[in-house]
Design a binder for this molecule. Structure first.
Ligand code: NG6
Ligand code: CA
Length: 507
């Protein structure tokens, strides 16, 4: 009898936990924790969940198996700064100047703008960012790196920030916690310059014998050497503040876990922005050689491990059913992005962009169609969705989820696609405008790429850019790999999509 009763209770509990929005604790269900895991340059084909056969990513695959795996999920852009700008603000990045920023750039998000973190903050969440920032810091380019720098992430909605300023290959190669560089020393002041050399530090040009990984010819990456790796930009001082690349991912993981641990009893929003597999790929020593695909593959295994550590922690804390995890990437993949790390040579049969054409920097789908997984154990049903979804819609969708009002101007390009995000609908947005080099507009099955005079294949990276002097129209449903330009056969479609584009982009 006892056993039967116990059994019944557990059946009831299982039933309850599988009903959306039903939980014992009403407060927590209204305000689930949200973690956005944003990787750097991870491609659509880089995960076994997305069909990779040469690499296994079991922890991310588990998120996908128990959550929703989107096959038509997008960043707005094929490079980092624009893509991250849109994710955080709900505004298309081409509305302002959002090219790849140097490491000393000023903050490009206006501090009075509603952002994803400021939205959560307003709803009473603890908000944190851990990882890559790359949206500029301070009011001006000139800044004193030896003092707290504002405005930055803490001024656009994050209560807590632990970041590196730009990219792993750009100086200053330092961590910053709440605006202040970690490990500063009064007698070794940090200076940063992107125009000319400062200080006496060896550079990739002056001292190539000090390099543990060489720069690819013509790519740059040969200014100040930090940890045996030439960087973009010059840096002096701060010897003890400089990171060791092998420690960066573990450092971010520890800080992300600390944030979760500290806020486990409140609703929290964590933006966890991993640096892998962006260059320079210098995974932790225990991951070196693990994938057999070179350091790029090893870096992907390292991402998968970190995701596993986070999901384990959520389970251990008993908050996994109350936490939405979104896993995605800021842009598509690239093999040779500036260092001799043998990513090309060791790639074998692996297809980082899967079936898609192009990669990072490209207007083709490989540039911005990215892994996109949403998990919310016990609250959403596992499925695969081909709804057109985009990171720019996080703002208005979360606003809906946590019942925060938003005016039309706030996150002006952000749409409420919450029901698609939660798998309740297969309908995402109708129209999406993206930026590789050229702008493109996708509506349903059709994608139009604007004519662009640039080169068709980028010399340095060997990536097809999507540039053409002609109109390009692709039927993504029948031709996901964008092989057949059918613009001439469907001039009415071209006209319609051009019209949509000019309406949206006109001020
Ligand atoms: C490019 C760099 C590339 C990478 C990229 C930014 C060269 C030739 N290439 O300018 O290595 O750093 O910027 O990547 O310098 S992103 O993912 O942050 O957009
Ligand atoms: Ca990137």
């Amino acid at each position: 009898m006892k056993i039967i009763l116990k059994h019944r209770i557990s059946v009831i509990l299982i039933l309850l936990s599988s009903v959306p929005f039903l939980d014992t604790d009403a407060q927590t269900i209204e305000k689930p924790n949200v973690i956005i895991i944003n990787t750097d340059d991870l491609g659509y084909g880089d995960l076994s969940a997305y069909g990779a056969t040469e690499i296994k990513t079991p922890h991310i695959d588990a998120l996908a198996e128990n959550g929703i795996r989107f096959t038509n999920g997008h960043a707005t852009s094929a490079t980092c700064t624009p893509s991250r700008y849109a994710l955080l603000t709900g505004e298309y990045p081409w509305r302002r100047d959002t090219k790849i920023l140097p490491g000393d750039a000023a903050l490009i998000i206006p501090t009075d703008k509603t952002t994803v973190p400021s939205l959560f903050q307003k709803a009473g969440y603890a908000t944190g960012i851990v990882g890559k920032w790359h949206l500029g810091l301070g009011k001006t380019l000139e800044k004193d790196w030896n003092k707290p720098i504002t405005p930055g992430p803490n001024e656009v909605g994050f209560d807590y920030s632990f970041i590196f300023p730009a990219t792993a290959d750009r100086v200053p190669t330092v961590f910053m916690e709440n605006g202040l560089v970690l490990g500063l020393e009064a007698d070794d002041l940090i200076g940063v310059n992107y125009k000319e050399a400062i200080g006496n530090d060896p550079t990739g040009i002056s001292n190539p014998e000090l390099l543990k990984m060489r720069a690819s010819p013509n790519h740059g990456h040969n200014n100040t050497i930090v940890n045996g790796i030439g960087r973009i930009g010059y840096m002096t001082g701060g010897q003890k503040a400089r990171w060791t690349d092998e420690e960066v991912p573990i450092t971010f993981l520890v800080k992300a876990k600390d944030f979760i641990q500290k806020n486990k009893n409140k609703p929290f929003f964590l933006y966890y922005a991993l640096t892998e597999p962006h260059v320079p790929r210098m995974p932790s020593t225990i991951f070196k050689g693990k994938s057999k695909l070179g350091y790029r593959g090893d870096a992907i295994l390292q991402i998968d491990w970190a995701v596993g550590e986070i999901t384990k922690q959520l389970k251990a804390l008993g908050i996994e059913k109350n936490t939405i995890i979104i896993f995605t990437s800021d842009n598509g993949p690239v093999l040779n992005d500036g260092y001799v790390d043998y990513a090309v040579e060791m790639n074998g049969k692996h297809r980082p962009a899967g079936p898609l054409r192009g990669g990072k920097y490209s207007a083709f789908e490989g540039g911005s169609r990215v892994p996109f997984i949403i998990s919310w154990p016990g609250n959403i049903e596992a499925s695969i969705s081909d709804a057109l979804v985009c990171q720019v819609d996080f703002l208005r969708s979360f606003a809906h989820l946590i019942k925060q009002p938003l005016s039309e101007e706030q996150g002006q390009d952000s749409q409420n696609t919450l029901s698609a995000f939660l798998g309740q609908s297969k309908q995402g947005r109708d129209i999406l405008i993206k930026q590789g080099g050229a702008l493109s507009v996708t509506k349903g099955r059709w994608k139009y790429i604007t004519p662009n005079p640039g080169v068709a294949v980028a010399k340095l990276t060997n990536i097809e850019t999507g540039n053409s002097k002609e109109d390009q129209l692709y039927n993504l449903k029948e031709d996901l790999s964008e092989q057949n330009n059918v613009a001439k056969q469907h001039s009415e479609k071209v006209a319609e999509l051009k019209q949509i584009l000019s309406q949206t982009t006109s001020p």
